[in-house]
Design a protein around this ligand. Structure first.
Ligand SMILES: [Zn+2]
Length: 350
């Protein structure tokens, strides 16, 4: 009997190239130096106009529903310098056999001076149901220099606030960081030098496994997304500014992105204000500000736009700028674009 799967297999076995566009493997590698000069021009243009550009290091979307012109125009209007907009492979795409979404290639074809080529969001079903195929495709893209960044890999992820409100509890994900998938991802970054992002809820029991992995893969470049976003404070007694300070000192290739809610943002499942950088009066807590000022090169701007909220880019931009503005001017520039620049290109922005 001819099943869909066997048809695809047969099809792929004949001329190998025939199925490549579908699976998105092995497209052309990207001319990084050329991209870099376009990025620099764009950032400098915004700076010359007296505005602060930033690099959104972590946003994602459903590529089949993306209006890239809208995002590009919004970036111009809001003085957003660059964006790492990754595609999440949805259930529909997954069923069709997609293991690598070449959104980045399409973004660069249209707007090469503003999008950073990035791999796909590591989440269910791709990461959990077909980890080997999915990670092999991400690895191929990293090795052939199609992408500069990997992720965000969702290793421990509670339902997002919007999902919780909609009653969608299926995204309660736990992929052990020190299990086979975690090892493969850390090792991939270490071997290729390509940084990767993780979503990893802050819980006491999860911290030691993370530290062990960082120790085992010292050259892996990890961005731990959502600094100080603690959904349940009673599960996270160890995580403090002093703890993060110690991590930064221990691990030279550990970074944090600053995508978190505003001071009033509440995680519906715990009813707690989960963005812990904020004090009750809405100011940035001094201990978090001091930590960022002490190691600004380890902190990165990020919006965390997603498929269900790209239309709210103005609001997310405003929220993020409200945070950045509370830092000293020099730190603002470091966190906004200099940290991303040195992480991606291995040199200072000049
Ligand atoms: Zn996340």
């Amino acid at each position: 009997m001819l099943t869909r799967r066997s048809l695809i297999k047969t099809f792929c076995a004949l001329p190998l190239v025939a199925c490549m566009p579908r699976l998105g493997h092995a497209q052309n590698s990207v001319d990084f130096p050329k991209l870099k000069s376009g990025y620099a021009q764009r950032l400098k243009k915004i700076l010359a106009a007296g505005e602060l550009p930033y690099v959104d290091i972590e946003s994602s979307c459903n590529s089949t529903k993306l209006d890239m012109d809208f995002v590009a125009k919004s970036m111009d209007r809001l003085n957003i310098g660059l964006m790492a907009l990754s595609a999440d492979i949805g259930k529909g795409q997954f069923k069709e056999g997609v293991r690598f979404d070449n959104l980045s290639e399409r973004l660069l074809a249209n707007y090469p001076d503003r999008f950073i080529p990035v791999g796909n969001g590591g989440q269910a079903p791709a990461l959990t149901e077909a980890p080997d195929e999915f990670l092999a495709a991400q690895e191929a893209a990293a090795r052939t220099k199609q992408i500069m960044l990997l992720g965000e890999f969702e290793l421990r992820h509670y339902p997002s606030p919007r999902q919780a409100k909609r009653g969608e509890m299926e995204r309660d994900v736990h992929v052990p960081i020190d299990g086979p998938i975690g090892h493969r991802v850390f090792s991939l970054s270490e071997k290729t030098g390509v940084p990767f992002q993780i979503h990893y809820e802050i819980e006491d029991g999860l911290l030691t496994p993370l530290e062990n992995m960082l120790e085992q893969y010292p050259k892996a470049k990890l961005i731990w997304c959502h600094l100080a976003q603690i959904r349940y404070i009673e599960r996270a007694s160890r995580y403090t500014p002093a703890y993060v300070d110690a991590l930064i000192k221990r691990f030279q290739n550990l970074y944090f992105d600053t995508a978190f809610g505003d001071s009033g943002s509440i995680y519906p499942l715990s009813n707690q204000r989960h963005a812990r950088v904020w004090a009750n009066d809405g100011s940035l807590k001094a201990e978090w500000r001091d930590l960022i000022v002490a190691y600004p090169q380890r902190f990165l701007s990020a919006l965390d736009l997603g498929g269900d909220r790209l239309g709210r880019i103005d609001e997310y931009d405003q929220k993020h700028r409200n945070f950045v503005q509370r830092l000293p001017t020099k730190t603002q520039h470091q966190v906004a674009y200099r940290s991303a620049w040195s992480l991606l290109f291995g040199e200072e922005f000049a």
